[in-house]
Design a protein around this ligand. Sequence first.
Ligand code: MLT
Length: 209
Amino acid sequence: MSPTVSNTGFIHRFIPGNDPARKPLLMLHGTGGDESDLLPLGSRLSPGAALLSPRGKVLENGMPRFFHRLAEGVFDEADVKLRAGELAGFIAEARQTYDLAAPIAVGFSNGANIAAALLLMHEGALSGAILLRAMTPLSEPPTTRQAGVPVLVLSGMMDPIVPADNAATLVQALETVGHKVEQQVLPAGHNLSQTDLTLAAEWLTRFGA
Ligand code: MLT
């Protein structure tokens, strides 16, 4: 199936689910990825779940991302806010178009960071999130309490991109606004390991249906 473009301008793929008990997954790729990258991961993590997978609209040397950065790990925070708003608009539109419940985000790296921004700023956009190698997207995150959703943060002990204290700051920021966060720090780097997949799939059996 070829990708389509939403009215909100997101190139994306949508794979309908065949297990209505499973919540839809919003798959958010890392820097240089696209809307096809994480579809195999999504069907592996939650077989039968609908999959919605947009391509980030920002290009960095030709590589799609979900927001601009000034350097590695240094974000253009005005753009983070703008792009999180655009992505929330895409989710709302896609929910109507495809008749979907609020999705659980599964984001890797830059995709995890934009999912974190959604969780901090757009209450109700997501029904949960798995953040793989995430860092905090905002230096002064909002503190307004929300209803809160379950969030799994999987960090890498030897991650050269995400310092441990940065991931810890993110967990704290998510908890401050009311999310129910579980964090595991794995003996891994920035790349995903088999343990990530096992833990994410287990978490989805608890919260994904
Ligand atoms: C980001 O820019 O979001 C993070 O540094 C991770 C990355 O995409 O390399």
